[in-house]
Design a binder for this molecule. Structure first.
Ligand code: GDP
Ligand code: MG
Length: 450
């Protein structure tokens, strides 16, 4: 995961609290020091670190522990809440107007990741059923147009470029009628080595003409806290509505970059977590901090599920989760959706409490072969059995096995997985992420017992 070191530091701090006998001044001081050390190592600005830990300390001392929580739980909750606020608080959605094409302009210095991110963002919208086009206005780098064309080809998105033309305004105007055919147009612009007057002029001119719904500063995480100066300068030039922090995967300084952007009041909308087109996430401070602290991220999981299956299906599963209903068909659909979500490790990371709960990881190991067998077995089951697998006894298993050609042990395995998932679903029923976190911490094994 990103910010692995920071995550490890924070997790071990929480475990130290979990293991401590009492919540006393000594423990609080240790907690504060630990958090400071972890954040400073992630290149978070010293002043910001001290302000944050002071707030944490003040709250621990001043606030009464709510009745439903233990003192330790309360302490951990304060750390979670303050870190979340520190990274911007609520998730900042893109603000796209009703009029299409919606336009999103990406701006930033050389090498920050604009062109790569153009492709990622295009894919993001394609997954949501939008017609997307890329417009190349980087007239400064000779190979820029070819690079964008390559990105577009890879994801099968039309790319509008005009090689040899040195005036971005002319390029924009020449394609303006074409662009009207799309829902979303992503505009890749030219960078510079530093924020120069020349760059600001160019961006302002393009901005004025294109009137983008969002213009997002693309900034590389490896510059750490220096991101603040950059974000502030672009923000003050009136040039941006938000930030995308790239290369979160390749640096230990990402904490510095994220917190620096958060204080400039230019909200972080996305993060880039790798070179590939799918290595891209909407930035949600709550979920992000939850994952850093090892608490899982139900919201992000549901969001990924939405991409893998249609919105309607996702709503259905969500509804069923909320109602606590869950049958074999749901399990099958969920497994199928998960298998489309990508690397299992990434998915597992997002499941609340996994690893800490007494739930075997194999439960979620999705293999295509297994899914096929399930499908065969399910075809031999009656409607009543599918809707209420609890009624499936040894005799029925025998019958299903014969009918489908699937071994009885595979069928038993499927039913076992169903029962385990149902238990989890019951536990998650209708919980907000915060409540869920508390519940998990209470149910967790010795490692996370507060
Ligand atoms: P531009 O000059 O702003 O258009 O930057 P590019 O899109 O050309 O990217 C510069 C380099 O950064 C390329 O080698 C990209 O592959 C790399 N890059 C961009 N985003 C990410 C990211 O999220 N993670 C990693 N590891 N590399 C990235
Ligand atoms: Mg570029």
């Amino acid at each position: 995961m990103v910010l692995e070191k920071l995550s490890e530091g924070l997790k071990s701090t929480l475990q130290k609290i979990a293991k401590a006998m009492f919540v006393d001044e000594k423990l609080i001081n240790e907690l504060v020091k630990d958090i400071q050390r972890s954040l400073l190592q992630a290149d978070v600005n010293v002043k910001l670190v001290f302000e944050l830990t002071q707030r944490i300390k003040d709250r621990i001392i001043k606030e009464e522990t709510p009745g439903a929580l233990t003192k330790k739980e309360h302490l951990i909750n304060i750390v979670y809440e303050e870190l979340t606020k520190f990274l911007g608080g609520d998730k900042s959605e893109l603000k796209l107007g009703d009029k299409t094409p919606n336009k999103i302009m990406l701006v930033g210095l050389f090498g920050s990741g604009k062109t790569t991110t153009s492709g990622k963002l295009a894919k993001f919208f394609m997954k949501r059923g939008k017609r997307v086009a890329l417009l190349g206005l980087d007239v400064h780098r000779p190979a820029a147009m070819d690079q964008l064309a390559q990105v577009g080809k890879q994801i099968n998105v039309p790319v509008f470029i005009l090689k040899g033309e040195k005036d971005p305004i002319k390029i924009y105007k020449s394609f303006e009628p074409e662009l009207k055919k799309f829902d979303v147009v992503i505009i890749d612009t030219a960078g510079r080595d530093a924020l120069s007057q020349d760059l600001i002029e160019e961006l302002k001119n393009v901005h004025q003409l294109a009137q983008p719904d969002e213009s997002l500063l693309v900034i590389s995480a490896d510059i750490g806290q220096a991101a603040q100066t950059q974000a502030k300068a672009f923000h003050e030039a009136g040039a941006i509505t938000g930030v995308i922090v790239t290369k979160m995967d390749g640096t230990a300084k990402g904490g510095g970059a994220l917190s620096a952007c958060a204080v400039t009041s230019a909200p972080i909308k996305f993060i880039g977590v790798g070179e590939k087109v799918d290595d891209f996430e909407q930035f949600n401070p709550k979920g992000f901090v939850g994952r850093l602290l090892g608490m899982g991220d139900l919201e992000a999981l549901l969001e990924k599920a939405k991409e893998a299956i249609t919105e309607e299906e996702a709503k259905d599963i969500e509804k069923k989760l909320l109602k606590g209903e869950f049958n074999l068909i749901d399990l099958y659909n969920q497994m199928e959706a998960m298998s489309k979500m990508g690397p299992l490790g990434k998915v597992l990371e997002m499941i609340p409490g996994l690893g800490q709960l007494s739930m075997p990881k194999e439960m979620l190991q999705v293999q295509e072969g297994k899914l096929k067998k399930w499908k065969h077995a399910m075809n031999s089951m009656t409607k009543a059995e599918l809707e209420d697998p609890e009624i499936i006894d040894a005799q029925r298993i025998e019958r299903i096995g014969k009918g489908s050609g699937v071994s009885t042990s595979d069928i038993r395995d499927m039913i076992k997985q169903y029962k385990q998932s149902k238990k989890m679903v019951k536990m998650l029923k209708g919980e907000s992420p915060e409540k869920l976190m508390k519940k998990i911490s209470r149910q967790a094994g010795p490692k996370l017992k507060f």
